[in-house]
Unconditional design. Sequence first.
Length: 223
Amino acid sequence: MSAIIHTTMPTPAGRWQFVDGTFGSGVTGAPSLIQSTFGASTGHGNFEAILRQGNRLVHWFKDNSSTANHWVQAQDIATEFNSAGSLIQSTLGTDAGHLGNFEVVVLRENASLPHGARLESGDIDFNLVHYYHINDTPAGAWLHGQTGNYRGRSEKICQLTGSFDKEILHNTANDTGGPFHLAATDLGYPSTTEQPCRCILAILVSQIATQYRANPAGTMRLP
């Protein structure tokens, strides 16, 4: 992908039409597009887009006060990132009629893993990085906000019970599905080590064994 094409649908039953040719150069990722409150008081709000152009994350805008206006390149946001950006306009900064800030999040490679975390060979870990723009000063620079730990997302650590792991398509080592009729149960974040998994599994096996001794022909249930 080398440039962005802007299209519009003038009527619900109409066809998509090209608008204003193309914009951006050397684009290497999907854009993020919103309509902001810039210009909304006198007409239609501006279009705002975030483009990944090589090693630059760039903000573009289109002034919608006239359909003849072209897309304009604004400020660079970042140069160290590993994904396309996601853009919103927030309500931060809207006190006393001020324009809300622009907020962007993007992935960036994390050089050091959280304690106890491991990656498969060849995998890369990422941080989720926040940038923001104070829109009371349109010509101002984008600012670095907080860095979130991307490994905090919902993620499976291991399969506690069951005889077959559908994620890796292999039989499990514990094989609790056959002997104990206990179906698959997963353990996920916020834990980042195997120790909680082992502790919970030990508790479950203890409870299952107790139930099995009491009723060998019955169906085992999670405590």
